[in-house]
Design a protein around this ligand. Sequence first.
Ligand code: XMP
Length: 508
Amino acid sequence: MSNQTILVLDFGGQYKELIARSIRDAKVYSLVKSGSISADEVRKINPIGIILTGGPNSVYGDSAQEFDADILSLGVPVLGICYGMQLLCHTLGGHVVSCKTSEFGVTKANLDNSSEIFKGVSAVTKVLMSHSDRVERAPEGFKVIGHTAKCPVCAVENPEKRLYGVQFHPEVELSVEGQQVLRNFLFNVCKASADYDLGDYIERKIKEVRETVGNDTVILGLSGGVDSSVAATLLSRAIGKQLICIFVDHGLMRENEGDEIESIFSKMDLHFVRVDAEARFLEKLKGVTDPEKKRKIIGAEFAYVFEEEARKFENARYLAQGTIYPDIIESGGKHNAVIKSHHNVGGLPEKLNFKGVVEPLNGLFKNEVRIVGKKLGLPDYLINRQPFPGPGLAVRVMGEVTKEKCDILRKADKIYRDEIEKSNVKVSQYFAVLTGVRTVGVMGDYRTYDYLVALRAVNTSDFMTAQYTPIPHRLLQKISSRIVNEVKGVNRVCYDITSKPPSTIEWE
Ligand code: XMP
């Protein structure tokens, strides 16, 4: 691939992924590397621009010392964001000081929109600030092109050297014209030509996989989630029956989910194995109520089952995984053949003596994986599937997990899903929870003492924070009525109106 590249240097900020994704959304290829990369390595990558991300550090700490200042003399345009701007200014002789009071939140910024970086942006615009240090004096040759009430040096530029810095976070939605700032950097400053798309991605990966594995057999743990499903489909195109997909059905899936996965993948050109392990998992979960213990038991059992099945295929030499780019970014770039930590098969390559790991999606963001999935012809409901936790319904049945409780939850959850799908409510993730609570009710002339079901629905773009979804009362009422009437064992429904934080999205 020979696309123009924007290099995003990571200084530990939480928004690096968002920056890299925004750049790709603008059809420019982005690559995230550690902030301690050397100027020589940067030269090899040959980027058309560099973004220094935010981060929790101070320029008087270690990471500033690790930064190779020669990167700023390569003649490549640089945009420093938040800590990145402080680092840029500090390195070039400006002065950074600690703010008397930190500035967190949305504020008005006055920006000089005659600068290339602020073209088309309002002179006064809302931005997200989140910092404890600030630039007090810009380096020589730099001009101050923005300020806020609390931050006199909120943006700087040296247009001759094509170096820019913004104290605010243009990458987040809360900075209302932030995307324009990023686009200005890409197209006005770096002169990007928007040459990146996923045009021949599938063909390239097919060729690469064939070259890597030759005639060897490859094993993939298929969960039915978006990543492993797209990986399986792509690999099937590349190597057909040389691919073995092992679907460990732990019996903790939603209604019909296991059968749906089987019906899609058993028709593909690959070797599909469904392992019915429900009884094994439920046996191991007997009497266990602690959520963390449940997760650990399920993770360990998953690995046992997968290993047992994989051993049946003695000739398998490669392990395939649906690892995606954020998994790699999150593990700090020190990735290579490390198993995705939440993938439940950690440690297997060593035990099973695989020659290597095949990860055909490891350069893609989730939205790009979906595009590839669509191109491969996977059905929409699978591609746009909401996230489902690895431990499945075990963390949605509070307390001890039993088949009876899972069955009750599956029925309630199915009704909830059907009704939401029929409505036009915009929601990122939603599910039913079987609380451990039983309550008194009355049905006909009889007293009942049955379960309380909770409904959860959230809107979020990153699942790190989330707002509860204001589902209309009328719809909630319909769902509640259907659940108590159609699901035996439930006589009360409540709706969870907490956001994350302080709650999490899942209940356990
Ligand atoms: P929380 O509950 O931490 O969840 O707010 C954030 C997102 O992660 C999903 N989740 C998991 N996904 N294994 C997974 O693969 C897990 O153990 C797990 N726990 C939570 C959750 O559904 C939500 O989308």
